[in-house]
Every structure is written in C-alpha cells, then in structure tokens.
Design a protein around this ligand. Structure first.
Ligand SMILES: [Ca+2]
Ligand SMILES: [Ca+2]
Length: 286
C-alpha cells in the first residue's frame, strides 16, 4: 500500500497535477531587449548580441564565471551558417532521428544567435531529434556541450526533452535535459528518475545552456547563462536538498554507454531554435 501511495504522489510526467508549482516569469529579467545595450541597429542584426554574453546575463558575476571556461570545441561545432535555409542541418554532422514525429528540423534565417541562421525544430508527435553520433565514443565515456537555445513559448508544464544522450536507439538507455511542471529538469530513462530546478528561461529569448555528461563518474552538471544550476547536478538521482524531484532511492552506476547526443524535442509539442552547438572534452563556456 505504501508503494501505491508513493506512485500516486509522485511522478508528474503529465505535468497536470501541480498547479501550486507556478514559476512563471522569473525575477531575473534579462536586459537583452534593451536597445541601448548594443547601441546599433535592431535586435535582428545578431552579430553584436552574439559576442555580448554580458547582455544576456546582466551580471558581472556571471560574466566572471564565463571566463573560467573557454576550451576548444574539439568534438563538434556548428553555427548553422553553411547549410541552405529551409533544408536539413549539415548531414556530415547530424543524423535525423525522428520517431513517430510529425515535426520538422530546418535551417532558419528568421532568428539566430550567431550570424544569420539557426536550426529550427518544430515538434509534433513523439520524438523529433537531430543526433550527433560521429563524435562517439568519447574519452572516459564523457563529454561537455554548449548550446544557445530559444523557445517560442516559455517552460511548459508538461514533461518534454530538448537534449538527450545515450545509446543510439531512442528511449532505451538515456539521460535527458528538458522541462517539467514549469521548471527545467534532468531525467533518466528507464526509470524516469528526475530532478527539477527553477531556471529563468524567457520566451523568444536566446539563452546559453552548458552540460556535462560524465559517464565515468555517473554524473551530470548543467549551467544556465554561465552559472551552474545546483538542483540539476546529478550524482545518484536522489532529490537534492532544497530541490525538486521524484526519487528518494539512490541509483548507482546508471550512466549509459554514450553513442549519441540528440537535440530537438520529445513529448508535448512546440518550437525551439538552437544555434552555436559545440561538443568538447572540457567545459567551453558561453
Ligand atoms: Ca548561427
Ligand atoms: Ca528519448
């Protein structure tokens, strides 16, 4: 009976049960829409915003943290500037991984973090991903990533995944970064262990996300706008102190053999853009 009660109390995969966890409109409003921040032309010019990391965070402290990173993108780097608009991303870097999808993944020049182009994932159906597989295996079954992402809407209440890493087959053995219940989350499958944290994601705004999948240490770390998100630091998947999650039982030696890292959208539906995706053997910074 106790386990039944636990099941009833936990696992908000459908996102529909916790209206009390409303985290809309975070207080850390960025100043990136302020035209005085760049002083030239309009926001669509892009290049100024691409170098001005301070504009997206607005704090000297976070800018300082960025300078601690800065490794080379020694595994993969794509600014989505060379592939034709309206077509798929560079096939030498990306494998389409659509499972039960009615979505699309296309190069887009309507918005960009760097240059004039980004990649737009429009998701309907089950799973709409582009996968980087040629970089694996990586040393010690570990790697870092950095991506700029832009959501059309804010963080959804339903459970969705935007980045996942694991074996090549979908939903077999993987770790995920996405959102649930209006928070960002990290999530493990199978098992559905989850940790969540409040992160000030704004609609129609480019944000920097960094991650580390450390398969040797069975660890995940996540940085948002150059600052680590403690609630998304995974070791044994138990809910961290002061954090949110659905697991109280340690999960040991959980890391998959990383063969693929996928960017896109799984579950729910919506639109996300990615730009300046980079993978490396050390932390890159924004
Ligand atoms: Ca670009
Ligand atoms: Ca998946």
């Amino acid at each position: 009976m106790a386990s039944l009660l636990w099941l009833l109390a936990c696992c908000g995969d459908d996102g529909g049960e916790s209206a009390s966890e409303d985290v809309t409109s975070g207080s850390m409003t960025a100043s990136s829409d302020d035209p005085s921040a760049t002083g030239t032309s309009d926001a669509s010019a892009g290049t100024g915003a691409g170098t001005g990391t301070g504009a997206s965070t607005g704090t000297d402290a976070s800018t300082g943290e960025d300078t601690t990173a800065g490794a080379e993108a020694d595994l993969l780097e794509d600014d989505f500037e060379s592939a034709p608009v309206g077509g798929p991303p560079d096939a030498s870097l990306w494998t389409m991984a659509l499972v039960g999808s009615n979505g699309t993944i296309t190069i887009d020049d309507s918005t960009a973090h760097s240059g004039a182009q980004s990649v737009h994932v429009h998701h309907e159906g089950f799973s709409t991903f582009m996968a980087a597989e040629g970089v694996f295996p990586t040393p010690d079954n570990s790697f870092f990533g950095r991506v700029w992402f832009r959501l059309d809407a804010g963080l959804p209440q339903g459970h969705v995944t935007w980045i996942e890493a694991g074996v090549q087959a979908n939903d077999v053995d993987e770790a995920r970064i996405g959102a649930n219940l209006g928070q960002m989350d990290v999530n493990h499958w199978p098992g559905d262990e989850e940790q969540r944290a409040d992160v000030a994601v704004q609609a129609q705004t480019w944000h920097c996300l960094e991650f580390e999948f450390n398969g040797a240490a069975h660890e995940i770390r996540v940085w948002f706008e150059g600052q680590e998100v403690p609630g998304l630091h995974v070791t044994d998947w138990t809910t961290p102190p002061g954090g949110d999650g659905n697991n109280q039982n340690p999960l040991i030696d959980w890391a998959p053999e990383f063969e693929s890292v996928r960017f896109g959208w799984e579950l729910g539906g919506g639109d996300i853009w990615f730009d300046d995706i980079a993978l490396a053997t050390a932390r890159l910074g924004c």
